[in-house]
Design a binder for this molecule. Structure first.
Ligand SMILES: [Zn+2]
Length: 77
């Protein structure tokens, strides 16, 4: 079953991928994508991991009330 990971039984998240032109299922624990037939397509790339982190951060920032405690590191890449 695609909804749950074969390896760790975690829930997989469907995500549309432009490159593959298909919905791939991501296991956030194993960091890999499977197709609808539960075949592992590839691992999640660093780029995609960073993108997820960035989105989470954005989401956290948009749901938090602005506070003076928010320290933004500037010039750190
Ligand atoms: Zn897994």
């Amino acid at each position: 079953m695609t909804l749950f990971c074969k390896q760790c039984n975690s829930r997989r998240l469907p995500e549309y991928h432009q490159a593959e032109k298909a919905t791939l299922w991501l296991c956030t624990k194993c960091k890999n994508f499977t197709d609808i037939d539960d075949l592992i397509i590839r691992e999640q790339t660093n780029e995609e991991r960073e993108e997820v982190k960035r989105k989470e951060k954005e989401f956290a920032e948009s749901t938090n009330f602005p506070s003076g405690k928010l320290n933004r590191r500037k010039g750190v890449n």
